[in-house]
Each structure stands twice: as C-alpha cells, then as structure tokens.
Design a binder for this molecule. Structure first.
Ligand code: FES
Length: 133
C-alpha cells in the first residue's frame, strides 16, 4: 500500500476544512486561520500558545517579561515578543479563548524572513492597529 508523502498533503487546505480547534469561531470567515493551541508561538524555545495562555491564566503576570523569565519564550530571536504581548493582553482583559489569527505556516514564514533580514514583516495578529487580513 502506498502511503502519501508528507509533501503531498496540502496542510493549508486541510486547515480550511477543519473545525475547532483550528477554527475557534465558526462566525469567522474561512480565510482567517488561527494558530492551533499546540502550535509554537516561540519557535526558538518551542513554547506553545497553550503553554503561554495557561501560564497567563494561572499566574496573571503583571508584566509580559515574567512570561519570558518562566518559559524562556521571547528570549531568542525576539520574533515572538509581540505575539506573547498580544496573548497576555487577551488573557488579562478576560478573553475566553485567546488566539492569534494567523496561520502557523504564515507565522513561521515571516519569522524565517525576520531572522534572515532583521526586518519585521507586518502580521495583523501582532498589530491591533492594522485590520486583520
Ligand atoms: S521565536 Fe521566540 S525568541 Fe525566537
């Protein structure tokens, strides 16, 4: 029996078809994807969104830097810092299901570019002033 290679699986299309936890809000347009709670927000230290959110809910850190002290998230390349701030803000303001409305693939692609060029490409999830794509 032939097993399809990993490269043959279109993960972006799969995510469009999946229901929660990939698409937390059914009212949200299909074109806006969320990170899965188990996707890594800090790619340098492999810290998942779930870990950051749970830490914030449990400890209610008064400052974002406390998250980095505990989980090391954000202490590598620095790419994830605005996203950690966003998650922290959501938890502290009482959001029931904090999330980052960006696909893990786009997130990783922009982080790779950031590491290569040092320039931060805009990600709507990290900039509340920009409308979400
Ligand atoms: S992605 Fe978090 S420090 Fe690099």
């Amino acid at each position: 029996m032939n097993t399809p290679s990993v490269n043959a699986i279109d993960t972006s299309a799969d995510r469009l078809l999946l229901q929660p936890p990939y698409r937390k809000d059914p009212a949200r347009p299909l074109t806006i994807l969320c990170m899965n709670p188990d996707d890594h927000v800090c790619l340098c230290f492999h810290v998942s969104q779930r870990k950051i959110v749970n830490y914030c809910k449990r400890e209610r850190p008064s400052h974002v830097s406390l998250i980095s002290e505990c989980l090391s998230a954000g202490t590598g390349c620095g790419w994830c810092v605005p996203f950690i701030i966003k998650l922290h803000d959501q938890v502290m303001s009482g959001a029931e299901n904090p999330d980052l409305p960006v696909s893990p693939e786009e997130y990783a692609r922009k982080r790779a570019r950031y590491r290569k060029t040092g320039e931060r490409e805009q990600v709507p999830a990290a900039d509340p002033a920009k409308p979400e794509a």
